[in-house]
Design a protein around this ligand. Structure first.
Ligand SMILES: [Zn+2]
Length: 434
């Protein structure tokens, strides 16, 4: 297809011929026989965004789940009301996500039974690591005798007992491409072969359009109470020996320090990644730069949970939270992502968070970590295999583009998903705003 009168991020006005790759960028290109034309009328044309850390199955399931956490649900009364009015899904279950103890304390089966005695209910903790089931639900998964109904997501036994819920990947695909995203990296650890295959099949059938990349099996989650430097080092060596980079999930300073030590001992691969890097002490900035490891982070959590951090994290450590600018200044490659559905899935919200870092109450968390709009945007344009290296609109680059209604100055000032006019993957129009 031919895109006419596009403005590139550097202000150049050009026409773009795009197929599987960008074939031509020039002035006054005319349409070939049978070629479709999209008139951009001076709007910005960017490489399609890549969301470098998402969880697709969970995101698809979350589309028809209730959200039971702050800011929408923040008191016990609101929780009670939501659950008593909830209608079960087609599988007969009530499924809810986003729970946090600040709503009504640590939930267990007894507390849930008091709210919903008959219908099976399962509620996922905001961290994604824990589910709480009521007695009706425990009976369905063969755990009627379970002491408290609090089950770890990683224990596959009980979740395999659940009927695999039909998830609507096509609807998820539509929502993702409507934000200008043309590729995603699924960061789910230990993704099983069935899940991976079903996503790939949905992609091939055209139900799920964005390009797909998986971090599993080279992705590891760490727990503060089970940090084992030797085991982590060996795990990294094993992956590198097989020619695979690793991605390690680090949300505390302890996890980061152990990961840095393990990478030093094992030696780093140029494509190794640290996911989240939610807490980075000053001393570790140079370590990360030294190792050449890419940080894939989510400043959107500042906007979603910032007030909680300000209340719960000691003031002396606020400067270590969800860094972006200081990582870039230290020459650490950085990319942004949403962590959908645990973070809000709109990448433009995440960009605005990187620029403003405003918490729900209006405070600014870590003003020194704010980055200019162009940097925030560029951190969503990285290659899927090298998130810190941005793609460009040039001949030979993949034919994945995002067309905005506005020229660059306005687009950068607003950073709004509502400006996405069209999304193109491999030269095919996959989203067009009517
Ligand atoms: Zn994640």
């Amino acid at each position: 297809m031919l895109i006419q009168r596009a403005t590139l991020l550097d202000g150049t006005v050009a026409d773009i011929r795009v197929g599987a790759r960008i074939d031509e960028v020039g002035e006054d290109l005319s349409a070939l026989h049978g070629e479709s034309v999209l008139y951009a009328s001076g709007g910005t044309v960017l490489p399609g965004l890549h969301d470098h850390h998402v969880h697709l199955r969970s995101a698809a399931s979350a589309l028809d789940s209730f959200f039971l956490g702050p800011p929408g649900v923040s008191t016990k009364a609101q929780l009670t009301q939501m659950l008593s009015n909830a209608t079960p899904g087609p599988d007969g279950w009530i499924r809810a996500v986003g729970y946090h103890e600040s709503v009504a304390g640590e939930l267990d089966r007894t507390a849930l039974d008091a709210l919903v005695p008959q219908v099976p209910v399962r509620i996922q903790h905001r961290s994604g690591a824990l589910w709480i089931l009521n007695s009706a639900a425990l009976g369905r998964v063969g755990l009627a005798e379970h002491p408290d109904g609090r089950l770890r997501s990683a224990d596959r036994g009980w979740s395999d007992a659940l009927q695999r819920r039909e998830t609507d990947l096509a609807e998820l695909s539509r929502r993702i491409t409507a934000t200008g995203v043309t590729g995603v990296t699924d960061a789910t650890p230990d993704l099983d072969a069935d899940d991976m295959v079903s996503l790939l099949v949905a992609h091939r059938r055209g139900e799920f359009r964005p390009r797909l990349r998986f971090l599993s099996p080279g992705k590891k989650i760490l727990q503060d109470d089970r940090l084992d430097l030797e085991a982590l080092t060996q795990w990294i060596i094993d992956h590198h020996t097989d020619g695979r980079p690793v991605a390690v999930h680090c949300v505390t300073a302890a996890q980061l320090v152990v990961t840095i030590a393990a990478l030093r001992a094992a030696g780093s691969h140029p494509l190794d990644r640290i996911e989240h890097a939610a807490v980075v002490p000053d001393d570790n900035l140079a370590d990360l730069a030294d190792l050449g490891v890419t940080v894939v982070t989510q400043p959107n959590f500042v906007v979603e949970r910032g007030d909680q951090y300000l209340a719960e994290v000691p003031a002396a450590e606020h400067g270590q939270l969800w860094r972006v600018a200081s990582l870039m200044n230290a020459m650490v490659p950085v990319a942004l992502s949403t962590d959908m559905p645990f973070g809000h899935g709109d990448p433009w919200t995440a960009m605005r968070a990187a620029v403003h870092r405003t918490t729900p109450s209006g405070a600014i968390l870590n003003v020194n970590e704010c980055v200019p709009p162009l940097k925030a945007l560029t951190m969503f344009l990285g290659r899927s295999d090298q998130p810190g290296r941005a793609r460009t609109v040039e001949t030979g680059q993949p034919g994945d583009l995002c067309v905005l209604t506005e020229p660059p100055a306005t687009a950068l000032a607003e950073l709004e998903a509502g400006m996405v006019a069209a999304t193109i993957i491999g030269g095919e129009l996959v989203y067009f705003a009517m």
